[in-house]
Design a protein around this ligand. Structure first.
Ligand SMILES: Cc1cc2nc3c(=O)[nH]c(=O)nc-3n(C[C@H](O)[C@H](O)[C@H](O)COP(=O)(O)OP(=O)(O)OC[C@H]3O[C@@H](n4cnc5c(N)ncnc54)[C@H](O)[C@@H]3O)c2cc1C
Length: 460
């Protein structure tokens, strides 16, 4: 569905009868609040800001449990009412913005932790990620990875909308087999079903923007918990920050959770972190396990960096963990001070990482401020690029993306709202597309986000 088609689609459902059918499920219908809950961080993109700014649901429904969700799904199928699930609303491609009105499903109340076992957790989809770590750490476990929005995002939203984050330097992206162990989903059919998806099948709901079922619970793998340290390594230039990050990423003996090279002047945007970042210096932000500190320091000294800051990672109320300067938080800090800035998301080739990064930084000069995140990808160490861009126009942004792709750097475009356009291959995952036909035959889940899907059943 194109933006023009979405705009032209007038809702045809009978909202009053739908509302009666969902019974006593708590509802928000105050327009300002509904509009607020119909938004996410799409405004990160100047292109999406124009395209999605006016979109809103008719109602927000706040299910208390899975039985409420089944009731909502049944009523939605009967009256053909679109449903957009919502976790913390921190997605940044308009993933949680309802394009065809209908209802937003606020998953916040489904937040219970069901079981914690060595190496795995079963948790309801609306649980906030930091609450999950709080619950598992006393037993010596923590989530393998989390987005930098850990303190506001839900696990359901992360699995349905996110890709990876803090921890991906060791465990790869969410999409790697083993990083989501299972999912429980409610289908949107005349008689909704509850499906338990295991292992590879659970990938049907990963990064599908809530189009392939309403996730009510997830089985997630856990990693051993470490006392983490936040570090800033100051370097004279960006290439040195990349080189040190690369050596640390490849050093299998060093336990780490984050390696983020940033070029100066990006650290100048971190208003609340002034003392941690020496003025005029590029840097590498790192999270390293306390027992690995001495080894990390040795590696940094061998490569000519200076440790400018080192303290225990603090995540309590009022604390500022350094991971909130990384991943898409870097962009957020910059946007707070300069609304002309935007960003891109890219994947560098593992076999010529440092050369490719040098080529891109030389090509764009001041127009591009380099920001990388070290990750594991398909078993190899490489970088995701979340460079900041001084925005000139949508055309120039398109050129910048094309110049990357011409050099073998793949782009996951954050300036589009469909699943297909946001991927490196520009098409929907065939398994997800097939699965959608089974679980959402009327195409009511987040309509417009999986544009290649054609509803299997239409008539009311
Ligand atoms: C400052 C900032 C930093 C970020 N950093 C990262 C990062 O490091 N890594 C990363 O991957 N992402 C990142 N993101 C994007 C986003 O924060 C994450 O993807 C986050 O995990 C989304 O969780 P959420 O609960 O806010 O989901 P939402 O934004 O509420 O939803 C995201 C998508 O999931 C769907 N969804 C939500 N819950 C369900 C459910 N129960 N069932 C079915 N579908 C559902 C929604 O419909 C939507 O399509 C960042 C965003 C911002 C603004």
């Amino acid at each position: 569905m194109s933006m023009a088609e979405v705009a032209a689609t007038e809702p045809t459902y009978d909202l009053a009868r739908f509302r009666a059918a969902v019974g006593d499920v708590p509802v928000i219908d105050e327009p300002a609040l509904v509009r607020l809950k119909s938004r996410d961080f799409f405004w990160f993109s100047p292109v999406l800001k124009d395209a999605l700014g006016e979109k809103s649901a008719d109602l927000v429904l706040c299910p208390r449990d899975e039985a409420d969700i089944v009731r909502i799904a049944r009523a939605a199928a009967k009256y053909r009412v679109p449903i957009t699930p919502r976790g913390g609303g921190t997605g940044n491609y308009g993933q949680a913005v309802p394009l065809a009105s209908g209802v937003v499903l606020d998953m916040a109340s489904l937040d219970a932790i069901e079981t914690v076992e060595p190496g795995r957790i079963r948790v309801r989809a609306g649980a906030i990620l930091s609450n999950i770590d709080d619950a598992t750490r006393p037993a010596g476990w923590e989530l393998r990875m989390h987005p930098s929005t850990k303190r506001t995002a839900t696990v359901g939203g992360f699995v349905a909308g996110g890709s990876g984050g803090v921890g991906s330097v060791t465990f790869g992206y969410l999409r790697e087999i083993g990083n989501v162990l299972g999912a429980r989903v409610v289908t949107v059919e005349d008689e909704p079903r509850i499906l338990e998806l295991r292992d590879r099948d659970a990938l049907s709901i990963n990064h599908a923007y809530g189009t392939t079922g309403i996730i009510t619970a997830l089985d997630m793998p856990l990693a051993p918990m470490w006392p983490w340290l936040d570090l800033v390594v100051a370097t004279d230039d960006f290439a040195s920050a990349v080189r040190i990050g690369h050596r640390a990423a490849l050093a299998d003996g060093i336990v780490k959770k984050l390696l983020t090279p940033l070029a100066w002047p990006i650290p100048a945007y971190f208003r609340h972190f002034k003392s941690e970042f020496p003025a005029g210096k590029s840097c590498l932000i790192a999270m390293v396990a306390e027992p690995s500190l001495a080894s990390f320091k040795t590696l940094v000294a061998m490569e000519g960096g200076d440790i400018a800051y080192c303290a225990a990672t603090a995540e309590g109320p009022g604390a500022r963990p350094l991971y909130e300067c990384t991943w898409n938080h870097t962009t957020l800090h910059a946007l707070k001070l300069d609304r002309q800035i935007t960003y891109l998301q890219s994947l560098y080739p593992a076999d010529r990482l440092e050369e490719s990064v040098a080529e891109i930084t030389a090509l764009f000069g001041d127009e591009l401020m380099p920001h990388l995140e070290f990750i594991r990808f398909a078993g190899r160490t490489t970088c995701s690029g979340l460079h900041l861009i001084r925005y000139r126009s949508a055309e120039r942004l398109g050129e910048i993306l094309a110049l990357h792709e011409a050099r073998g750097i793949s782009i996951a475009n954050p300036h589009v709202f469909t699943l297909e356009d946001g991927t490196r291959h520009k098409r929907a995952d065939i398994d997800q597309l097939g699965f959608k036909g089974e679980v959402d035959p009327y195409g009511l889940l987040n309509p417009g986000k999986m544009r290649s899907f054609v509803p299997v059943r239409r008539s009311a």
